[in-house]
Design a protein around this ligand. Sequence first.
Ligand code: UT7
Length: 333
Amino acid sequence: MTAPASVVTLAGIGSYVPETVLTNAELAARVETSDEWITSRTGIRERRIASPDQAASDLGAEAARRALADAGVQAAEVDLIITATLSPDTVFPSTACLIQHQIGASRAWCFDIQAACSGFLYALDVAHQHLLTGRARTALVIGTEKLSAVTDWEDRTTCVLFGDAAGAAVLRAGGPGRGLMTTILGSDGSLGDLLMIPGGGSRRPTSAETLRNREHYIRMKGREVFKHAVTNMTQAAKEAIAASGLHHDDIAWVVPHQANARIIQAIAQRLELPQEKVFMNVQRYGNTSAASVGLALDELARSGRLRAGDNVVLVAFGGGFTWGASVLEWSRP
Ligand code: UT7
């Protein structure tokens, strides 16, 4: 335990996507769909698919190494690793423990968070609180998904949406500017069955029947999820901006969870922000669940369009339902 911190900053960011690209045209050869349908309904043009020997921890470890290098921090300095994933290597041990071993962060204590596509923001907030209280001085937050392993490749309503990726951030106590300001989180468990993997848990343990029913894959009532995603992400972002003492004009960038271009456009409109301030890369990676916010923030940072002092809103929505929004001041050039 060290002294409490008044400021926590994002000291480094990194991401990793597998090399293999799966295009809409290739999907149209597998299920009854078309590039036109996928592009017009979702904005997605292609997604990345991990190789058979890569699991979520492998993608996450590579993103973590890149975030540590970006921060100039050694793995041995990390006190805490929190991994958000809905496609863990194994039910246990946690993917965070597996990543710890891969990157050699032997001092860290490690655990996973399950908040589906909102997981990165949930993990960010938990790490933030640990750093504020002085329980840790350096934390690694990782969102990693091998969704291709839990996607039903015979279900056209879902298989066109998802991709594999990882995003990671290094959080440190102290630093210039305000750093991480406010995070708003919310959940509604009454709507959990609209987006879930029904089989393979203690409710429906894996059996010949659950496998036959394809219950070990993601199921989603897309149209209903869409409405809740827009409403809750907009509300959470507004609350987080106001709680940070800011106005929507003060926001340089919104980095939303990347599920659907139409959702992202709807959020921009409702937040009264021009589309150019709302980062989008769903066209290249599809929906990568807990990985998407870290991946998007890393791409934005590497594009050179983020400036020191920029106020950035991260916002996400996912299964549970869960949602969240964080406001931070970007502190690096
Ligand atoms: O990441 C966590 C949160 N997830 C989300 O935020 C996802 C939210 N939902 C969505 O992004 C959209 O609802 C989808 C992209 C999943 C679906 O788009 P939609 O405009 O809501 O379409 P829909 O589900 O209402 O389906 C419209 C039609 C249906 O046919 P009928 O019933 O109108 O004859 C579907 O069967 O499109 C059909 N359809 C397809 N057609 C061609 C569904 N999937 C496909 C497909 N290709 N891949």
